[in-house]
Ligand binder design. Sequence first.
Ligand SMILES: Nc1ncnc2c1ncn2[C@@H]1O[C@H](COP(=O)(O)OP(=O)(O)OP(=O)(O)O)[C@@H](O)[C@H]1O
Ligand SMILES: [Mg+2]
Length: 230
Amino acid sequence: MTAPLIELHEVTRKYDEGPPALREVSLSVAPGEAVAVLGPSGSGKSTLLNLVAGLDRPSTGTVTVDGIRVDKLGEAASARYRSTRIGLVFQFFNLLDDLTVADNVMLPAQLAGTSRGTAHRMATELLGRLGVGRHASAYPGRLSGGERQRVAVARALMNRPALLLADEPTGALDTASGEDVMRLLSELHADGQTIILVTHDLVLAERCATRTVQLLDGRIAADSAMEPVR
Ligand SMILES: Nc1ncnc2c1ncn2[C@@H]1O[C@H](COP(=O)(O)OP(=O)(O)OP(=O)(O)O)[C@@H](O)[C@H]1O
Ligand SMILES: [Mg+2]
């Protein structure tokens, strides 16, 4: 058996008030899996994703990704972990509006020390592959939601992350653009990219996930393998 890429062991996340957002969640994800995390609002989906991304720490339990104990990283190491191992995609794209599309996509590589020339070549290649190459020198404000999300995915892939994390990437998109972004994720998965995708939409999840994890009140209520529908 391959070593898991992600291993959560009895992870609990409590806040000062209210019930725990996650309760003793254990989860193991192999390299190459595409996992959809589903569940009602407040069930702990974003909390789970943030813990894997090192954006948050568990109250108890351990989070290991790619051999790294993410729950133990200090601030600088955590930022380095995100920039080298993780690609993040959010509902509202989080692109910088006063940088061009190409500059947005180049940013993670430049922050990791890649020269501007090399970063530009990589960004151009990725934007082309993701079908938004012609917008490279435009500003994000001119693009449609679906195009912006493609740009955000390009940015997330820039440093060739072991893991792509997406929290409701279609949440702000119309149906057709949402399907388009899901198709893109499913193509990336077919190319071997490990993906964790948080979504409300089971139909879209079925398009690209090979496994669904259902959260309910901070616990895993179901965990099932599935055949992707294409
Ligand atoms: N900073 C915080 N302080 C206190 N409680 C929080 C905090 N962040 C999240 N919670 C609580 O933790 C629970 C899980 O939140 P989480 O954001 O993980 O849910 P979610 O499944 O992503 O929901 P949604 O589908 O609405 O995005 C919720 O009850 C939420 O109110
Ligand atoms: Mg959420």
